[in-house]
Design a protein around this ligand. Structure first.
Ligand code: 3PG
Ligand code: MG
Length: 399
């Protein structure tokens, strides 16, 4: 990464504002954290800063409160400070404020190594508006700014972009790791390099497919979006989810693959069901024989074999998006088989996207991937070849 990191600045005794992405899934009823992966992912940066004698001020959003105070989206209600304190093995002070005199006072009262967590930064409309008033108010809380919120790096907000203009601004270790893995895959991958792309809709992945086609040695497509490609190929997919307004784009992508000589693998068989439900009656059929009243819910066993054999020889694999309706256990088989195949590889394996990451974690395979991204939208935009504003705003490494 050509950006300065926490290693490149002196933080001893300084107040360091760290933008983290603690936008964790929370339980609807209790409001408590369901998955603390994003907290764990930020630990190396926080620990390092503490060890260096920095006074650490953490800032994050939680959910989408739309510029208002939403009680259900308070950091304290979710128990984020407490959980972080347990993980750090040190107390984390939480504050009911984000900016202003009370927040400034609290940051000044911090001793070296101490950690303070601010309230949800999206309680202010000026945050998402990237209003300089918000950026300067945030900058008044610190001497150095660190962005470790890779998951929010695709947003140009005051706490991810604006504030970087007013303080020495560098990347944290998580940001560095995410960018390094993803950019190495895109610019200098060990080959063969395959991308496995799934998910419900092709419309959300077009940019990714186009950009990856220029880089990969083969492309594997499953999930709901495969139905649109199959239909564009003249296959009758019954009641399957199809984006009819994307059929031309689908044809265009297949043609692009053809012109570049990139093999594009689509499902050859499918698990189909009569309803979109976990307990729906299911059967396996070749994709050419999907009954008109049925819909595709997962890839079939022949497809699983082909997909898994295809990735076997690869040295880099990027996976984003489940290959079936993975939230229903009976239709998660294809995705699980892919997770296991990738976990077994001696290769650089990168997985991104909320649902895909959750599946890998639930299968207990997380540690067997080279890199599990904390970014959903951010990792997709990166794979689309876009510059992430939160990264662009940081200081370049000196030549
Ligand atoms: C995410 O979970 O995708 C990030 O935290 C960004 O959140 P947002 O999509 O609400 O901007
Ligand atoms: Mg999102």
């Amino acid at each position: 990464m050509n950006k300065m990191t926490v290693r490149d600045v002196d933080v001893k005794g300084k107040r360091v504002l760290v933008r983290v992405d603690f936008n964790v899934p929370i339980d609807k009823e209790s409001g408590r954290i369901l998955d603390d992966s994003r907290l764990r992912a930020a630990l190396p940066t926080i620990q390092y800063l503490r060890e260096q004698g920095a006074r650490v001020v953490l800032c994050s959003h939680l959910g989408r409160p739309d510029g208002k105070v939403v009680e259900a989206l308070r950091m304290s209600r979710a128990g984020i400070g407490d959980r972080l304190g347990e993980l750090l093995g040190a107390p984390v002070r939480t504050l009911y404020h984000v900016i202003g005199p009370k927040a400034e006072e609290a940051t000044k009262a911090l001793k070296p190594g101490e950690v303070l967590l601010l309230e949800n930064v999206r309680f202010f409309p000026e945050e998402e508006a990237n209003d300089p008033k918000m950026s300067t108010a945030l900058a008044a809380l610190a001497d150095v700014y660190v962005n470790d919120a890779f998951g929010t790096a695709h947003r140009a907000h005051a706490s991810t972009v604006g504030v970087a203009a007013y303080l020495p601004a560098v990347a944290g270790f998580l940001m560095e790791k995410e960018i390094d893995y993803l950019s190495k895959a895109l610019t200098n991958p060990a080959r063969p390099f395959a991308a496995v792309i799934g998910g419900a809709k092709i419309s959300t992945k077009i940019g990714v497919l186009r950009n990856l086609l220029a880089e990969v040695d083969c492309l594997i497509i499953g999930g709901g979006m495969a139905s649109t490609l199959l239909k564009a190929n003249g296959v009758s997919v019954g009641q399957s989810l199809v984006e009819n307004d994307q059929l031309d784009t689908a044809r265009d992508i297949m043609q692009q693959a053809d012109e570049k000589g990139v093999p594009l693998f689509l499902p050859s068989d499918a698990v189909v069901a009569d309803r979109f439900a976990a307990d729906a009656e299911a059967e396996t059929v070749p994709v050419q024989q999907v009954p008109s009243r049925m819909r595709i819910m997962d890839i079939g066993p022949d497809t699983v074999s082909t997909f898994c054999e295809t990735v076997e020889d690869c040295k880099t694999v990027v996976w984003n998006g489940p290959l079936g309706v993975a939230e229903f256990p009976p239709f998660a088989e294809g995705s699980l088989a892919m997770a296991e195949a990738l976990a077994a590889l001696d290769a650089v394996t990168i997985v991104g996207g909320g649902e895909t990451v959750a599946l890998v974690q639930e299968a207990g395979l997380e540690d067997r991937f080279s890199h599990v991204s904390t970014g959903g939208g951010a990792s997709l935009e990166f794979l689309e070849g876009k510059t992430l504003p939160g990264v662009a705003a940081l200081r370049d490494k000196k030549a």
